[in-house]
Design a protein around this ligand. Structure first.
Ligand SMILES: Cc1cc2nc3c(=O)[nH]c(=O)nc-3n(C[C@H](O)[C@H](O)[C@H](O)COP(=O)(O)O)c2cc1C
Length: 367
């Protein structure tokens, strides 16, 4: 009986764990990162949007060559058939479903993050094709993986990845996102990125604060020209803008133009983006458009965002700043600050501060 209970406990652990057998290697992965994903019903695409709002990375979407396929039809018959063909002959290129040609060269990247759906407990066949075709170019790269399923555990997907990329250097454990934790994907991904030991320049996100009607919330900024310019402007003084509702966002002029890095995206609740170079949009719903990503409002559910952003109202006064105003600053970029030391508003420690605005002992000080 005891043995059966132990076996059941082991099976439960295996099914419930968010991770896998892939183990962390040496710390601090420097260099450029490519996120490679496939998405049939959109979950992985949303994961990639969240991931790239939290770290600097280029994105490559893998597309099947045959369009309009219904992998789930007839009790997932086509999905099953594609996986069975691979299983029957995994070393033969013709076992894998054709994908659209890919022009992105892996030579430019040191790190690759795979974001894939799970199909019948295995890696989706379309993603398997890309990995099979690029195994030699992926040799020695630092590779991480996020797997999205409805509910099934991901250990077989991890095995597929290891079979397809025998010479990859795996970064940390794979992250499992499923229907029961999907609504928490922002914090799951944030915590997962921390476990990967990326070199700091890739993930050292800046924080900005948004104050509306006396409520202040933090925004994790991505690192691009627009956010650097915005932070530089906010170092002089907070910026107050008047925003109006647009059914899925509140938006309006930022009163300045920032350098754009527009990309087609599906903005998600909580996203903060730049539209047309000079307008800021704060999302409580979603919208597909070409924006420059600025960041993401931390830790609010969709209904909390609606309340905070005063969804449905107009002439909303919104203040952007680099401090939360009322609370002392205990840390920057997640690192504790040393007592008595001076930090720039971006959290860089300064040994001999010259004239300017700094943070010391959790407070803004002017020298
Ligand atoms: C062919 C096929 C097979 C699937 N098999 C499983 C399964 O065995 N277990 C499971 O939990 N989800 C299964 N799913 C659901 C997907 O893993 C899940 O919805 C995933 O989030 C889809 O990601 P996407 O929206 O990016 O395509 C399957 C989906 C398809 C299309």
């Amino acid at each position: 009986m005891k043995q059966i209970l132990l076996l059941l406990a082991a099976m439960l652990l295996c099914c419930c764990s968010s991770d896998s057998e892939v183990k962390a290697d040496e710390p601090s992965h420097a260099g450029k990162t490519l996120v490679v994903y496939y998405s049939y019903t959109g979950n992985c695409r949303e994961i990639v949007n969240t991931l790239t709002s939290q770290m600097e990375a280029d994105v490559l979407e893998i597309q099947p060559a045959e369009k309009g396929q219904k992998y789930e039809a007839n009790n997932y018959a086509l999905g099953t058939q594609l996986l069975n063909a691979i299983k029957a002959n995994p070393n033969n290129a013709s076992s894998y479903p054709a994908i659209d040609p890919v022009t992105t060269s892996l030579d430019d990247y040191q790190n690759v993050i795979i974001v894939t759906p799970l199909w019948w407990s295995q890696m989706a066949a379309i993603m398997q094709t890309y990995l099979f075709q690029n195994a030699s170019q992926m040799a020695g790269k630092h590779v991480g993986m996020i797997v999205s399923s409805a509910s099934s555990g991901i250990s077989q997907v991890v095995n597929d990845a290891k079979r397809l990329l025998p010479d990859a250097t795996w970064m940390g454990d794979a992250l499992w996102i499923n229907n029961s934790n999907r609504s928490n994907k922002t914090s799951l991904i944030q915590n997962w990125i921390k476990t990967l030991n990326f070199a700091e320049e890739q993930t050292s996100m800046k924080e900005m604060y948004i104050t509306i009607g006396g409520q202040t919330k933090s925004v994790t900024l991505v690192d691009n020209d627009a956010t650097r310019e915005l932070v530089a402007a906010l170092q002089n003084a907070p910026i107050t803008v008047t925003l109006n509702d647009n059914n899925f966002e509140i938006w309006g002029s930022l009163g300045r133009t920032l350098t754009t890095k527009n990309e087609q995206m599906i903005a998600q609740p909580g996203d903060v983006v730049l539209y047309n170079g000079s307008n800021i949009c704060l999302f409580y719903g979603s919208s597909s458009w070409s924006y420059t990503r600025l960041g993401h409002i931390d830790g609010l559910s969709e209904s909390e965002l609606r309340t905070f952003l005063k969804a449905g109202q107009n002439n909303i006064s919104v203040t952007l700043s680099l401090t939360s105003g009322t609370t002392a600053i205990k840390s920057v970029n997640g690192n504790r600050m040393e007592d008595g030391a001076y930090y720039t508003l971006n959290g860089v420690k300064v040994s001999n501060p010259s004239k300017g605005l700094y943070i010391k002992n959790g407070k803004k000080v002017i020298i």
